[in-house]
Ligand binder design. Structure first.
Ligand code: SF4
Length: 151
């Protein structure tokens, strides 16, 4: 049974460099991103609910919601799914998720998806780093923003 992968974490895991939060969350996030970058063909079920990263997040409530911003993170997942041309419940490898992101992302779309996130506002998540990270995972083919997005 494949594990769930929360849609907006596609972007977060590409950009993650070990900063933000602390303790168990960071340790788990580091382990997950290393696992994804080492084995990008591992498949997951795309979701708009808690996943393997949320499991160690200090903001997750007992009922599995995010205590930040009234659980608006679910909206973000749906906007990322639409923006990247992906579907909730779909089985997808991490590489395929990143290929969708690479084909559709533009700086304008990235701002619409992530513009109000505290990490983006603090300057930790930069468009240039996102496109470079996606290129690394996807390999040589394609360029950012070549396909029309739907969001
Ligand atoms: S801005 Fe926030 S949601 Fe977007 S990639 Fe960075 S940490 Fe993730």
């Amino acid at each position: 049974m494949n594990q769930r992968f929360r849609a907006h974490h596609i972007l977060c895991t590409v950009l993650y460099e070990g900063k933000g939060y602390s303790g168990a969350f960071c340790e788990n996030m580091t382990a997950v991103t290393e696992r994804l970058r080492t084995n990008p063909d591992e498949a997951f079920i795309l979701a708009a609910e808690p996943d393997l990263i949320c499991a160690h997040c200090p903001n997750q409530t007992e009922t599995g919601e995010c205590s930040q911003d009234h659980n608006r993170v679910v909206d973000k997942d749906h906007r990322v799914l639409a923006g990247l041309g992906l579907t909730e419940g779909e089985c997808c490898s991490y590489r395929e998720m990143c290929e969708h992101a690479r084909a559709r992302i533009t700086e304008e779309l990235f701002d619409r998806l992530c513009g109000t996130c505290e990490w983006r506002m603090q300057g930790l998540c930069r468009y240039e780093d996102l496109t470079a990270g996606l290129a690394k995972i996807c390999g040589g083919c394609g360029e950012p923003g070549n396909e029309q997005n739907e969001s």
